[in-house]
Design a protein around this ligand. Structure first.
Ligand code: NAD
Ligand code: DAU
Length: 375
């Protein structure tokens, strides 16, 4: 079946992997990347597919209701995969308004446009909203030394990592967002579900854990620290570095999105995660050892770059996703073991210094310096 799909935020980190996967996998589909190109959007992320006949880029703000509606009507769009958002927690603490505008009003505007364009003819239509595990709030860390998690799911190529508590985020948990970022994402999730319940719009929501991999903007922990280790700059570890995140390789998230877009049930929520909990400080040590080894430095010689700084305000202690529903119902599981994924990721950033220099120069650098000054 031919389809025409808008992917919002396709020039960002996860969006660019979803666009690449769909453009390459579905030559009969038309994939429209709708992106405003904020500081986080970068068309260099899509150089390898930009000339493909089934790909179109449209520079547009998701808040532009008229523009999105016109595009949907002209292109006869039958699917939306919505990733566009302000995504960085630290920025949301400095500037919550932008997060409410993009994540809440932008999503609402997109929902209104889809509702108007499809006008009650829901057959074959799909509005798929990409959300985050942060909407569930924070879990307790009842086992600081780590325990075997209760799930049988394992990345096919290896073992899962330890868990730091008995509780996990499941789809039925009540929302308890703590940061302005997660509050705005939670609000957008509620609007998406409300448009299904009120108007019948065919929606799906997924909540994923922390992604890592190529093309992530270097304000986020993993690319920021790889670049700093390379240049022997201090590594600002928030608090004691004890916070736990559940890491998933970005291409595994993109595969899940493809599967759920095609096979997921309307009105359902699916959690996506890799059963791969790590304390920040442990991951930072893995990054230091890997960068050192790949650059031919004595392994661990850059440990002295670790610099403990003031904690992030409202810093969530532990995230851990239970993605067993997705495995049970649609057969998805992560394909990469973390050790493999992190090695690939570090190599990619070291091999793509031009990409890194490009995004860390100019205006961004100014913002970046303002943001981290005083730490
Ligand atoms: P990102 O910041 O790398 O990219 C966001 C993209 O959205 C950029 O290309 C940006 O230009 C675009 N954008 C921002 N505002 C826009 C607007 N008003 N109109 C059109 N485009 C706009 O984000 P990411 O890390 O790739 O995250 C993508 C989505 O996945 C977000 O919705 C985020 O909440 C969600 N998510 C991210 C993670 C993660 O670990 N990064 C995990 C779970 C869920
Ligand atoms: O859980 C999914 C979320 O993961 C997504 O919804 C967000 O869009 C994404 O940004 C990410 O949020 P986090 O806040 O977990 O990611 P970040 O890379 O900013 O931080 C990861 C952890 O590392 C977190 O505990 C804070 C810590 N940290 C981060 C930075 C940037 C530091 O200790 N030092 C740093 O300089």
């Amino acid at each position: 079946m031919k389809r025409t799909i808008i992917i919002t935020g396709g020039a960002g980190f996860i969006g660019s992997h979803v666009v690449r996967l769909m453009v390459n996998k579905y030559p009969d589909y038309k994939i429209i990347n709708l992106d405003k190109l904020t500081y986080a959007g970068n068309l260099a992320n899509l150089k390898d597919i930009e000339d493909k006949p089934n790909y179109r880029f449209v520079k547009m703000d998701i808040c532009d209701f008229e523009g999105v509606l016109k595009l949907m009507q002209e292109e006869k769009v039958d699917g939306i995969i919505h990733l566009a958002a302000e995504s960085h927690v630290d920025r949301s603490i400095k500037d919550p308004f932008t997060f409410a505008q993009t994540n809440v009003m932008g999503t609402l505007s997109l929902l209104q446009a889809a509702k108007a364009a499809w006008n009650g003819d829901w057959e074959g239509k799909r509005f798929y909203h990409i959300s985050t595990d942060e909407v569930y709030g924070a879990l307790e860390m009842t086992h600081p030394e780590g325990i075997e998690p209760p799930f049988t799911t394992k990345a096919s190529s290896g073992e899962h990592h330890l868990a730091y508590g008995e509780k996990f985020f499941t789809e039925d948990l009540k929302y308890q967002p703590h940061s302005p970022y997660s509050a705005a994402k939670a609000s957008s999730d509620h609007f998406v579900r409300a448009f299904h319940d009120t108007f019948g719009l065919p929606t799906i929501v997924t909540n994923c854990s922390n992604n890592y991999g190529p093309y992530q903007f270097p304000e986020k922990l993993i690319p920021l620290f790889i670049n700093n280790i390379r240049h022997r700059k201090p590594l600002p570890v928030y608090g004691k570095g004890e916070n736990v995140r559940d890491w998933l390789y970005v291409e595994d998230h993109a595969r899940a999105i493809d599967l759920i877009f095609h096979k997921g049930k309307i009105a359902e929520t699916y959690n996506i995660g890799g059963f791969n909990e790590w304390k920040n400080i442990d991951i930072i040590k893995v990054l230091i050892n890997t960068v050192d080894r790949l650059l031919g430095r004595p392994e661990g010689s850059d440990m002295d770059l670790i610099t403990y700084v003031t904690d992030r305000a409202g810093h969530d202690l532990r995230y851990a996703i239970d993605s067993s529903k997705l495995q049970r119902e649609l057969g998805w599981e992560p394909s990469l073991q973390f050790e493999e994924g992190i090695e690939k990721t570090v190599r990619w950033y070291l091999d793509n210094q031009d990409w890194m220099d490009n995004v860390t120069s100019g205006d961004y650098l100014k913002y970046y310096e303002d943001m981290y000054s005083g730490r």
